[in-house]
Design a protein around this ligand. Structure first.
Ligand SMILES: [Zn+2]
Ligand SMILES: [Zn+2]
Length: 319
């Protein structure tokens, strides 16, 4: 019985991870990198090449194949993302929001609060539109890498030492967290908040669709932070890049699900952390660690007053 329950929980976790990726439209890119890591004859041009001139890879295709490659990767990216998003959202919706609605105090971050029908519809519409956009960007990036474009990714595990692999992976993870925290704080300054980020915060009690429901400028900028290291200033092992993306996407989905979920990693906040960000607005700006919120004293504190008009990240004394 215990084994069946463990198996069921593992399957659900795997499904959520896959869906988390698809939500951002990067599933095709991830799949491509994984398959190319296994192939021994694949070696795209690296930006950093130890002084030697980059060699044209066998993987570079003729120019006449370009429209077909673009069509294939962009279409596959969009179709898989949309399809899986609908399946997973249906899972969360029926397993929690319908079947266990009367037990919301057991599983929901904000048990007494649900999206209004209008906001739920809005969240789905914006989410699907943005996902299409991400699918196009992701498909084009996948085409570029597939055709042997220059990248700082390396595909041969033994190309660098194990120590380098660990340090570069941690650096990439930390880079994403840092850039996400600081840009998120910028979106929360009065001018940018009222004109852009407010749209994401109309979902006071978000569900999975909210992870991509924001203005196009925000979602494209966020996507660019993740793609930029492919052309960055230090080499990253493709497998490590994929693992970090999977990690970020998985927790991005969980953090917006509205369902209480703890993480297995000591540095990763539970889902209530970002749900609190939606409930209280200007606090808890980080995503995958508490580090920057602790550093800048922007963690939500009991006995402080927060609200959409209380800017700055530190709340105000209770009246
Ligand atoms: Zn925010
Ligand atoms: Zn959010």
């Amino acid at each position: 019985m215990l084994a069946i329950s463990a198996l069921k929980s593992s399957l659900l976790t795997i499904l959520t991870v896959v869906v988390g990726c698809a939500l951002r439209g990067d599933i095709v890119l991830i799949f491509l990198l994984l398959t190319q890591s296994i192939k021994t004859d694949f070696e795209p041009n690296r930006v950093i090449d130890n002084g030697s001139s980059p060699q044209q890879s066998d993987a570079i295709k003729g120019a006449s194949d370009l429209p077909l490659d673009v069509l294939f990767f962009v279409t596959t990216s969009i179709v898989s993302s949309q399809g899986i998003l609908i399946v997973v959202s249906a899972y969360f919706h029926y397993c929690y929001y319908v079947a266990r609605r009367s037990e919301a105090h057991e599983w929901k971050c904000q048990p007494r609060r649900f999206l209004t029908p209008e906001n739920a519809k809005h969240e789905i519409g914006v989410g699907i539109t943005n996902m299409t956009l991400l699918g196009v960007v992701s498909g084009l990036t996948a085409t570029y890498v597939y055709r042997g474009g220059q990248t700082t990714l390396y595909f041969d595990f033994s190309h660098r030492s194990l120590l380098y692999l660990v340090l570069s992976t941690v650096a990439f993870f930390f880079y994403v967290e840092a850039i996400s925290y600081y840009t998120h704080r910028l979106w929360h300054t009065p001018y940018l908040y009222k004109r852009f980020h407010k749209h994401h915060h109309r979902y006071h009690s978000p569900t999975a669709f909210a992870s991509v429901a924001m203005t196009k400028l925000e979602i494209l900028l966020y996507q660019s932070y993740l793609i930029l290291p492919l052309f960055g200033w230090f080499e990253i092992y493709a497998g490590a890049y994929v693992v970090v993306l999977l990690y970020i996407y998985y927790f991005g989905l969980v953090d917006h699900s509205g369902v209480k979920m703890e993480s297995w990693f000591p540095w990763q906040p539970p889902s209530t952390f970002h749900d609190n960000h939606h409930e209280f607005f200007h606090c808890n700006f980080g995503f995958n660690t508490y580090f920057f919120d602790k550093l800048h004293n922007t963690l939500r504190q009991e006995h402080r007053r927060y609200g959409e008009d209380v800017f700055g990240g530190h709340g105000k004394p209770e009246k």
